[in-house]
Design a protein around this ligand. Structure first.
Ligand code: SAM
Length: 215
């Protein structure tokens, strides 16, 4: 993700606390109050400019979505995309936070599914702990998900995909629906991310898997 410093990002984000939730730790254990219903909540960790999470929210009105993004300049694009919609998207919220801190604002079972799309690969071994499929992150997700919940992961990066297969299976996750070329047999209802559109247009295969936590 190319980062452009956008000095107005903080102010615009601050003007929309109904979409970009300030002080998310205040909602730990009671996120359903934020949405005003008891629907399950799915998160995308590292949502970038938000194409996927917005597409999912519009396609699945009975599921609530939270897009998590570290950089305000990137999150601003997601926010502007939501504001450009003709109608409000009541089942979508954004968080401008580091996913490393997510156990501060989500309690066990607050979240029903984690999406990881085109996560930064961090190819150097010394940066392995930053990969969103490192065992430390798998442990964090386990702290906020109920038993038997799933992570859905897509990437164009073969190295990260291979690393994640190993990391997830060593952690004890059950791998299912592993695809080495998602678009060769695209499942119905696949919502493309920005990176997915970019890489699949270039003819690159998209890798995908679902990983389930055990009982
Ligand atoms: N998911 C989008 C897609 O598929 O088009 C964006 C992919 S982009 C390569 C990865 C995004 O994850 C970046 O915007 C980055 O800032 C964000 N990110 C990486 N590590 C993160 C973390 N620890 N917490 C929150 N966001 C993170």
């Amino acid at each position: 993700m190319r980062l452009r410093n956008k000095p107005r990002a903080g102010a615009v984000i601050g003007d929309h606390p109904n979409i970009v939730i300030p002080e998310p730790e205040n909602h730990k254990g009671k996120w359903n109050e934020v949405f005003g219903n008891q629907h399950p909540i799915h998160i995308e960790v590292g949502m970038g400019k938000g194409q996927f999470v917005l597409g999912m929210a519009k396609a699945n009105p009975d599921i609530n979505y939270i897009g998590i993004e570290l950089y305000d300049s990137v999150l601003l694009s997601a926010l502007e995309r939501i504001l450009d919609e003709e109608e409000e998207v009541p089942n979508l919220r954004l968080l401008n936070v580091n996913a490393q801190d997510m156990s501060d604002f989500f309690g066990k079972g607050d979240i029903s599914r984690v999406y990881l799309n085109f996560s930064d690969p961090w190819p150097k071994n010394r940066h392995a702990k930053r990969r969103l499929t490192h065992e430390n992150f798998l442990d964090l997700y386990e702290q906020i998900l109920p038993e038997e919940a799933e992570i859905h992961f897509k990437t164009d990066n073969r190295g990260l995909f291979e690393y994640s297969l190993v990391s997830m299976s060593q952690y004890g996750l059950i791998l299912q629906d592993v695809s080495l070329d998602l678009h060769a047999n695209e499942p119905e209802g696949n919502v493309m991310t920005e990176y997915e559109e970019k890489f699949s247009k270039k003819g690159q295969p998209i890798y995908r898997l679902e990983a389930k936590y055990p009982k």
